[in-house]
Design a protein around this ligand. Structure first.
Ligand SMILES: C[S@@+](CC[C@H](N)C(=O)[O-])C[C@H]1O[C@@H](n2cnc3c(N)ncnc32)[C@H](O)[C@@H]1O
Length: 506
């Protein structure tokens, strides 16, 4: 079944069966040392709410994830990669450890995932690794090591136009896509992605036969023939020496095979397909890859699916699909836009896996990734997340509501671990200093103590149109699953309208 997984693709891939996918496209973070913000766009004239970090693209050797304790040679050895290749990575690792530990961390992160992708791919399958010049040269050696140099097919240069930015070097206006296959016998539908013949070429088919078909005459390339293999041979030769010429019919031409450089526009500010996801790729790019390297009914897998460009292209081209992303926003965005657009029904035509459906699953998410737990909890209660880098201390998100003709916010704090009355006192402090915030909400996994509720009650009430609302409210994850919601005068709903931009409506 088509599946959208929320979570780390390494964990997910390790649970997927061997040789189960036909095509993999991956567009991982590029080691570019930046974080990408997802802007909640507000087009109603109300104040702009938060920005949330879609994902972070920075790497460190002391990054504490367990998988980074493995080193590249060990990973490769375990997966049965040739001894000399393992040896090469031994030296490389030693050198990078000193010279560039961040790059090494990134390469380990990629290697441990790429060996899994190799395991998942069917013998006729292909993999396209999308990267940029920051690390593409290192990634190519890793791909050679895992998939085999003999299975390298192309280094595709995706060129795009946008304003040049530098006066110190040439404008960097391309990405690199490394195309490998699992074996030498693989799906490649060059005709499906061929370019139409140019007008100039079409004009050359100037002769018309008895059935009205257009053709040009070519020499047969016979040794000693005066016309050899020349093209556009005069028609008189057909009458005098038909054995020396052959008809080349226009309607038998499929098109021109694509080169390894592709000029495809990036998604500009006003493009209809734009969803506001920071690294969204154009559908045309994915269409070309999917049409060329898979057939109808094949399984296409995108382990870093972002806002789901691969998924939409797979749907349009009648392929099965599996997508995976570690950011909850990505999963929500795909559901709210792409999946909604095609009216796929949850549980029948696709399923979502990994979004907590119970307190235990929420606890698991918290243990895996506390930030994703925060994002999940804030959004689950209808809020907007705060960017963790720029966040004010103690504010993980905001709920917006309308009162007195204005937009007000309720600040949200999320705690996955142990909780105590001092957390509520701190939140009260945040509320006092926050201009415009009328209320504060506290979300927790553990059950609060009586003293915490008393502390919250001590903050008093906000009154609007004769109704009192507790200034500090507490919601446990258990209560959220039971359907309990924040008590506010009105709800502000965030939704995506035309083009997928987030809008606020009251
Ligand atoms: C460059 S974006 C992909 C954009 C995508 N091609 C599109 O068109 O929208 C990379 C994505 O990988 C996700 N990501 C990063 N690390 C991940 C991991 N370990 N497992 C799953 N997804 C991850 C990020 O959240 C981000 O959405």
């Amino acid at each position: 079944m088509n599946t959208l997984y929320y979570g780390d693709n390494l964990t997910i891939m390790r649970q997927m069966p061997d040789i189960s996918v036909d095509l993999i496209y991956l567009d991982p973070p590029f080691n570019s040392n930046r974080s990408y913000n997802l802007l909640y766009k507000n087009t109603t004239g109300l104040p702009i709410p938060e920005q949330v970090e879609a994902f972070c693209d920075t790497w460190d050797m002391d990054y504490t994830k367990q998988e980074l304790s493995f080193e590249i040679p060990h990973i490769m050895q375990k997966y049965g990669i040739k001894k000399d290749v393992v040896m090469f990575w031994n030296y490389m690792t030693l050198s990078l450890k000193e010279a560039n530990p961040k790059l090494l961390a990134y390469l380990i992160y990629m290697t441990v995932r790429l060996v899994e992708m190799n395991r998942l791919l069917k013998p006729s399958g292909s993999i396209y690794l999308h990267c940029d010049p920051t690390a593409s040269h290192y990634l190519k050696i890793i791909m050679d090591s895992i998939f085999g140099q003999e299975n390298f097919r192309n280094e595709i240069v995706w060129c795009y136009k946008s304003r040049p930015q530098s006066k110190r070097y040439f404008g960097r206006k391309h990405d690199t896509i490394l195309f490998y296959t699992k074996t030498d016998t693989y799906t490649f539908n060059w005709e499906a992605v061929s370019r139409p013949l140019s007008e100039e070429t079409v004009k050359k088919y100037r002769l018309v036969d008895e059935e009205g078909r257009r053709y040009r005459l070519e020499g047969r390339g016979i040794t000693g023939s005066p016309i050899r293999s020349a093209k556009d041979v005069e028609p008189k030769w057909e009458e005098t020496n038909p054995e020396l010429v052959v008809r080349d019919y226009l309607d038998e031409k499929v098109g021109v095979a694509q080169e390894d450089w592709w000029l495809i526009d990036i998604i500009n500010q006003s493009a209809r397909e734009r969803l506001g996801y920071p690294t969204q790729k154009p559908l045309a790019l994915l269409d070309r890859i999917i049409k060329a390297s898979s057939n109808e009914g094949d399984v296409v897998f995108d382990p870093f699916c972002g806002c789901g460009t691969t998924i939409e292209s797979a749907i349009q081209n009648n392929r099965e699909w599996i997508g995976c992303d570690i950011a909850i926003h990505s999963i929500r965005l795909i559901q709210e836009t792409r999946i909604k657009k095609y009216g796929l029904s949850d549980g029948k035509e696709y399923e979502v896996s990994g979004i907590p459906q119970s307190v235990e699953q929420a606890e698991y998410l918290f243990k895996q990734d506390p930030f994703q737990f925060q994002y999940w909890a804030v959004e689950k209660t209808g809020g907007f997340c705060t960017n963790k880098k720029t966040a004010d201390r103690g504010i993980d998100g905001r709920i917006y509501f309308e009162a007195e003709g204005k937009l007000h916010s309720m600040v949200i704090s999320v705690k996955g671990g142990n909780i105590k009355p001092a957390d509520i006192r701190d939140l009260r402090g945040v509320l006092e200093r926050e201009d415009g915030a009328k209320m504060a909400g506290f979300i927790c996994l553990k059950e609060p103590t009586k003293a915490m509720y008393e502390e919250a009650d001590a903050a008093g009430c906000y009154e609007y149109q004769g109704i009192k609302y507790r200034r500090i409210q507490i919601l446990t994850v258990r209560e959220i699953f039971e359907g309990k919601i924040w008590d506010t005068p009105s709800k502000v709903k965030a939704e995506r309208k035309d083009g997928g931009q987030m809008q606020l409506t009251i």
